[in-house]
Design a protein around this ligand. Structure first.
Ligand SMILES: [Zn+2]
Length: 104
């Protein structure tokens, strides 16, 4: 995978995540009727949605960092040990900053 291909894949993935985050935020904004019997269930739902949102936001942050590395030419090199990251690993995880051994 070339840096250009990685950038395209990361940008597409990022747009997808942002769409999902927007959807989650919309559902969180729904007014909760505290008097309804469903209020407790809805609150639990909201907590689950917030957790999901946090996971997606963390992935967007990793993608942004990878896009920065593509821009400055350091993409594809492990940020920890400085060794090149295996092509196969980059194809599956273009946003990873670590080689397989450093990622543990
Ligand atoms: Zn490494």
């Amino acid at each position: 995978m070339t840096p250009n291909e990685a950038r395209d894949a990361l940008i597409a993935r990022r747009a997808d995540l942002l769409g999902r985050i927007a959807g989650i935020d919309d559902r969180l904004d729904d007014p909760v009727d505290r008097d309804s019997e469903e209020a407790a269930i809805e609150t639990e739902d909201d907590q689950m949605l917030q957790t999901l949102g946090a996971v997606e936001r963390a992935e967007v942050a990793r993608i942004d960092a990878a896009l920065d590395r593509i821009a400055n030419g350091s993409w594809g090199v492990c940020v920890k040990c400085g060794e090149p990251i295996a092509e196969k690993r980059l194809a599956t995880l273009p946003e990873t900053p670590f080689c397989a051994s450093c990622a543990g």
